[in-house]
Design a protein around this ligand. Structure first.
Ligand code: BGC
Length: 482
């Protein structure tokens, strides 16, 4: 598995374990289910799998509140299932990345239960910071002190100035590296370090989950020492083990600091994900992302959907656009992240009944809930789940893997073809002039044309048509790669 620089152009598939595949029939996805579907992912054509947290957790934030970083939560299986999944993935030539959650633990973590306050951020008085999930970022305990939680109150922030915290995470990384994982997606990688005096922000606006605000609790210079140190741990293992920052930095320049040569390998490009369906804006974010990543010798990454945002079919307003956006993304140089179900063209579920919604972020405002992108995947025409933890729309029978596989017009087959074609080209991106509302670029022999207007455009490109996101000649689509 030691092919050098494998991550620079890897396609990494995000498995939201709870919703991906259910191995034991209890309505909640698990590691056995994910393992059974590895051949599906191999056939899809991805290089690696990122598994969202499956560690022991009370699930106040669906596993992003970890009570034991070295064990698997019983609803997801056992440690032996994680090991079996990693080994089997390797046998298929797939790499495995796991989530590590270092900004906070669960309030059921032994340190918090044992009242080890110096490992968390306790103060006699709260400041004016607000939780990303809504409400104050401080909760008072019985004796009157307050603890900081940038997310839910069940997720107390750790004090990264305490040596025991740093040592514990070194050991956690080694534990999973020893088990064979190929890397980590680092949750809130920009958040671990806070200024000692915890200054007030001075304005009541709430910070959004994926935002660009400059705030004193995110993107502090001190986080980079941690990432540098972690890079040394990653590099001390054979094969290339990688660190991927989930960092929300205010600008692409600030984001590039996370992927300097002695820091992490990749950082999610939320600037791309946040761009609207607009040719000029997409072009500018792509150009800037490539330039800033290149300035530190890192590959750019691309992502359109994940478990925290509206699925891109819904965000862009149609499946046609989403398919075009996907072909655009997969034609770009660098590494791409896919979110489970996007290969089926799943939309956001916007009409989940109130009583089934579970995301703690709904506290902030009911519309910001992330349940709608976490609805379990339909595997078969009868959906394939007994009593799924969130209801699957009956209309998804036609979007199921069973319904789409082998149908050349389906989104699943589009992804499979695109991922195959992606392996056949390389090289830097070179923009070509093109009519307003369109994008045209070349990478070596490949030309990618994207028509974002509502009228057909003749791009006048010669050559063999490799793939298109819709039938040529249709009203407004494109995504022709020739
Ligand atoms: C994860 C979220 C989670 C939060 C707190 C994020 O960035 O992706 O799902 O709620 O971190 O851990």
């Amino acid at each position: 598995m030691a092919e050098r620089d494998w991550w620079r152009d890897a396609v990494i598939y995000q498995v939201y374990v709870r919703s991906f595949a259910d191995g034991n029939g209890d309505g909640i996805g698990d590691l056995i289910g994910a393992r059974e579907r590895l051949p599906y992912l191999k056939d899809l054509g991805v290089d690696a799998v990122w598994l969202t947290p499956f560690f022991a957790s009370p699930m106040a934030d669906f596993g992003y509140d970890v009570a034991d970083y070295r064990d698997v939560d019983p609803i997801f299986g056992q440690l032996s299932d994680a090991k079996a999944l990693i080994d089997e993935a390797h046998g298929l030539g797939l790499r495995v990345i796991v989530d590590v959650v270092p900004n906070h633990t669960s309030d059921q973590h032994p340190w918090f239960l044992e009242n080890k306050r110096d490992r968390y951020i306790f103060r006699d008085e709260p400041n004016d910071w607000e939780s990303i999930f809504g409400g104050s970022a401080w909760t008072q305990v019985e004796d009157g002190q307050w603890y900081l939680h940038l997310f839910a109150k069940e997720q107390p922030d750790l004090n990264w100035e305490h040596p025991a915290v740093r040592e514990e995470f070194d050991a956690i990384l080694r534990f999973w590296l020893d088990l064979g994982v190929d890397g980590f997606r680092i949750d809130v990688a920009h958040g671990m370090v806070k200024p000692r005096d915890l200054p007030d922000i001075g304005h009541p606006d709430q910070v959004r989950m994926i935002g660009t605000e400059v705030v004193p609790y995110f993107d502090q210079d001190g986080v980079h020492d941690i990432h540098r140190h972690w890079r040394k741990i990653l590099d001390s293992y054979p094969g290339e083990r990688i660190g991927v920052a989930e960092a929300w930095a205010p600008t692409p320049e600030r984001l590039a600091r996370y992927v300097r040569p002695d820091e992490l390998h990749q950082a999610f490009n939320f600037h791309f994900l946040s761009a609207p369906w607009d040719a000029a804006k997409l072009k500018s974010v792509i150009t800037e992302s490539l330039a800033t990543a290149e300035s530190v010798g890192a590959p750019s990454t691309w992502v359109l959907s994940n478990h925290d945002v509206r699925r891109h079919v819904t965000r862009y307003g149609s499946l046609d656009r989403a398919r075009a956006a996907t072909l655009l993304m997969l034609a770009l140089p660098g590494s791409a992240y896919l979110y489970n179900g996007e290969e089926l063209g799943l939309p956001e579920v916007l009409d989940l009944p109130e009583e089934v919604k579970q995301d703690p972020q709904r506290l902030r405002d009911p519309d910001s809930g992330r349940d709608g992108c976490r609805v379990p995947l339909p595997w078969t025409r009868d959906l394939g789940w007994r009593d799924p933890w969130l209801p699957i729309p009956a209309s998804w029978d036609g979007l199921s893997v069973e319904a789409q596989i082998g149908d050349e017009t389906s989104t699943l087959e589009l992804y499979r073809r695109a991922l195959k074609i992606r392996r056949t080209f390389d090289g830097p991106l070179e923009w070509h002039d093109s009519p307003e509302g369109t994008l045209v670029f070349r990478r070596g022999d490949l030309v990618c044309t994207v028509n974002l207007t509502d009228r057909p455009i003749d791009f006048g490109v010669d050559g063999e048509l490799l793939i298109s996101s819709g039938p040529l000649g249709a009203a407004w689509w494109s995504g022709k790669v020739a």
